[in-house]
Design a protein around this ligand. Structure first.
Ligand SMILES: [Mg+2]
Length: 309
């Protein structure tokens, strides 16, 4: 069994401040962040449970990375820059110190990539499975905060990458689209945005519902990942792209003239990201147009969060 003191001692050494905004990190009763007054603070939290959100066999490093990455994806969806995170763990008593250190190393590698700090949290042991809660704090850009609402009929809809089949690995190893969102927010007016966690169809419904509009997406323009083809489980690659969760790409709406500009300039190519225009917003109804021209209602296929087993 692990001694909690050993963990705390290790954390104190390992969690150094990586940005000058952190005035007090781990080791006091609370952390303190220096805050520029003219930018909004954006906060999000996600809880991951062993058995429903991940399996121990995924490995502690990847699990830790994912716990932070899903929060960064939510900050990205608001076009916010990550500043700090706090981490709370409910640890099974059987877990030893090296395993918990691995979990943190997964988070820290990602935190360092995005120049953010882990500034505290809480750790408890219990007889249940591993539960990880991360809360992340971000800073909104100098522009209006990007919401799910704000898309208008005529707006073009884009996604930041191929979709479907994330279960083959991307759900753990995805790159949260933070840099992409920040750059986009500087060069166009993002009218509405969401990260695709529940699946394209379902998250498109979320965006349209909040915006009070509809959408038509085009089968021929939906980027389907090679993983969606590799699954060969009787579900078509298109259906995987529409309904699989945890791709963590961004879905966003921009005015048509800005959409044309994004398509022509592909401003995220140096980040290895292609922008795919998948359709447009309309006054109401959510549809998919198939390659043969047939138009069909697109139901909110995809992942729904289940409670319990
Ligand atoms: Mg989200």
């Amino acid at each position: 069994m692990m001694s909690e003191l050993d963990l705390i001692n290790w954390l104190r050494k390992r969690l150094g401040g990586v940005n000058e905004q952190i005035l007090v990190g781990l080791g006091d009763d609370a952390a303190v962040i220096k805050w520029a007054s003219d930018r909004k603070l954006v906060i999000t939290t996600d809880m991951m449970l062993e058995g429903t959100c991940f399996l121990a066999e995924h490995g502690m490093r990847r699990i830790g990375r994912k716990a932070l990455a899903i929060n960064l994806s939510d900050l990205a969806a608001m076009a916010a820059e990550p500043i700090a995170a706090v981490v709370s763990l409910a640890l099974p008593r059987s877990l030893d110190l090296p395993a918990v250190q691995e979990l943190y190393e997964g988070m820290l590698a990602l935190a360092e990539e995005f120049a953010m700090a882990i500034i505290g949290g809480d750790t408890n042991s219990w007889s249940g499975p591993l539960a990880i809660n991360v809360a992340a704090i971000g800073r909104a850009g100098p522009y209006p905060v990007v919401r799910r609402k704000g898309a208008q009929p005529g707006d073009w809809l884009f996604v930041t990458g191929p979709l479907g089949g994330s279960i083959l690995g991307k759900h753990l190893d995805f790159i949260p689209r933070v840099r992409e969102a920040l750059r986009l927010s500087h060069i166009v007016s993002l009218r509405a945005m969401i990260d695709i966690s529940d699946g394209l169809a379902r998250d498109l419904h979320h965006l349209c519902q909040e915006s009070g509009c509809g959408a038509i997406i085009e089968e021929e323009h939906i980027p389907i990942s090679s993983a969606a083809y590799a699954l060969r489980d009787g579900v078509s690659p298109l259906e995987h792209a529409l309904s699989d969760g945890e791709d963590f790409e961004l879905l966003f709406a921009v005015a048509p003239e800005e959409g044309k500009r994004l398509l022509q300039t592909q401003p995220l190519q140096d980040l290895d990201v292609i922008l795919y225009p998948i359709g447009e917003c309309i006054p109401e109804g959510i549809y998919i147009r198939y390659r043969d021209g047939h138009l069909a209602h697109l139901p909110p296929l995809g992942y729904t969060h289940r409670f319990g087993n």
